[in-house]
Design a protein around this ligand. Structure first.
Ligand code: SF4
Length: 141
């Protein structure tokens, strides 16, 4: 699966949930709370592949899924630049200390597995947008 196809599919699934919650007059705070990992596993089991095994992507007690992936993520499926013999496909725009650039064969990808920035409530409240695609609009290069 490419970054682009994942993004399009995730935006579609996110919007379906948002439309449902807005129709029920949920407030911003209620919507964010709805995206709490435990609630999402129970209510929206098809939203993420990890939900089926009740598995968190990050080891956090209170993990929120509203801004998965992350507004700081940048990608281009065609490749961003050559780095020696390798090609970079993604990076972190703020070069967060918990992220890393990992090489898979000749492909360089941003590894966010140790970074919990977009899953924290304070970050989500600050970067909240009902339209997930707008919140992520800078990710696609
Ligand atoms: S390293 Fe952290 S802040 Fe940077 S893109 Fe990944 S999750 Fe976002």
């Amino acid at each position: 699966m490419t970054y682009t196809s994942w993004f399009k599919e995730h935006a579609r699934k996110h919007k379906i949930i948002i439309d449902k919650l807005v129709a029920k007059n949920y407030t911003k705070e209620q919507i964010i709370e709805y995206f709490d990992f435990d609630n999402m596993v129970a209510e929206e089991n098809n939203f993420c592949l990890l939900y089926k095994d009740n598995e968190k992507c990050h080891d956090m007690e209170k993990l929120n899924c509203y801004l998965c992936a992350c507004p700081n993520f940048r990608f281009d499926d065609k490749g961003i630049k050559k780095v020696g013999k390798n090609t970079q496909f993604s990076f972190c725009d703020i070069n967060h200390k918990d992220g890393s650039q990992d090489v898979y064969s000749t492909r360089i990808h941003q590894n966010c597995s140790k970074c919990d920035v977009p899953h924290k409530l304070s970050y989500i409240k600050k970067h909240f947008d009902l339209d997930w695609s707008k919140a992520m609009k800078q990710c696609i290069l």
